[in-house]
Design a protein around this ligand. Structure first.
Ligand SMILES: Cc1cc2nc3c(=O)[nH]c(=O)nc-3n(C[C@H](O)[C@H](O)[C@H](O)COP(=O)(O)OP(=O)(O)OC[C@H]3O[C@@H](n4cnc5c(N)ncnc54)[C@H](O)[C@@H]3O)c2cc1C
Length: 165
């Protein structure tokens, strides 16, 4: 993927800051390919780093458009954002909004192994709530659990302008 980010000074490369953005965002926008159209669906997520690779977990119903599309084409794109705060300026073009965001691409896999599904759901709940939950087999039987292994991603932060902090 091109890493030619405009406003490169806003790029976040510090891993601890990237992890704190992943902790905060809570909602991910999942981009899928539907023939010659794009399809984007908001979802809650969990994440973990596996040997330096970002892995995301999602869950939902076992049927529906996103699951059908993933089965046809597992290449996905994701975006998440947080720390949204509008600020004012003296003229219209100095108004703006703060943000922290992550965008990346990866491969989606619909998990079938019960232990993998339970692990994924514990990770998802930890990201969403900060708490540890354990899952029994029957609790994951009727949901689809999706694992996305990110092939690459970038992070970006726009802070408040100087003088407005
Ligand atoms: C903040 C947030 C968090 C969410 N978290 C989750 C989650 O963790 N897991 C999960 O499964 N779902 C979650 N949802 C719901 C999710 O966005 C989808 O509605 C749901 O997953 C069904 O997707 P689908 O592709 O199977 O759609 P289908 O049920 O197959 O629906 C098909 C059509 O319905 C319409 N549609 C579907 N979803 C939406 C929507 N959200 N808003 C408007 N129109 C829609 C679209 O036109 C779509 O083409 C969340 C929604 C929001 C807003």
């Amino acid at each position: 993927m091109s890493n030619g980010m405009t406003r490169r000074e806003r790029q976040v490369t510090d891993l601890q800051e990237i992890l704190s953005i992943l902790d905060k965002c809570k909602v991910l926008h999942l981009g899928l390919v539907d023939g010659d159209e794009a399809y984007v669906v908001p979802m809650n997520y969990g994440y973990e780093m596996q040997y330096g690779t970002l892995v995301l977990y999602l869950h939902g119903a076992r049927q529906g458009r996103k699951i059908d599309l993933m089965r046809k084409n597992p290449k996905v794109f994701f975006e998440m954002d947080c720390d949204i705060e509008p600020f004012e300026g003296d003229i219209a073009c100095r108004y703006g909004i703060t943000y922290a965001s992550i965008m990346g691409r990866g491969k989606a896999e619909i998990l079938e192994d019960v232990d993998e599904k339970k692990h994924a759901m514990s990770v998802l709940m930890k990201t969403q709530t900060g708490k540890d939950f354990e899952f029994e087999d029957k609790m994951v039987a009727f949901v689809s659990v999706i694992k996305i292994t990110a092939s690459d991603y970038t992070a970006k932060r726009r802070p408040l302008p100087k003088g407005k902090e």
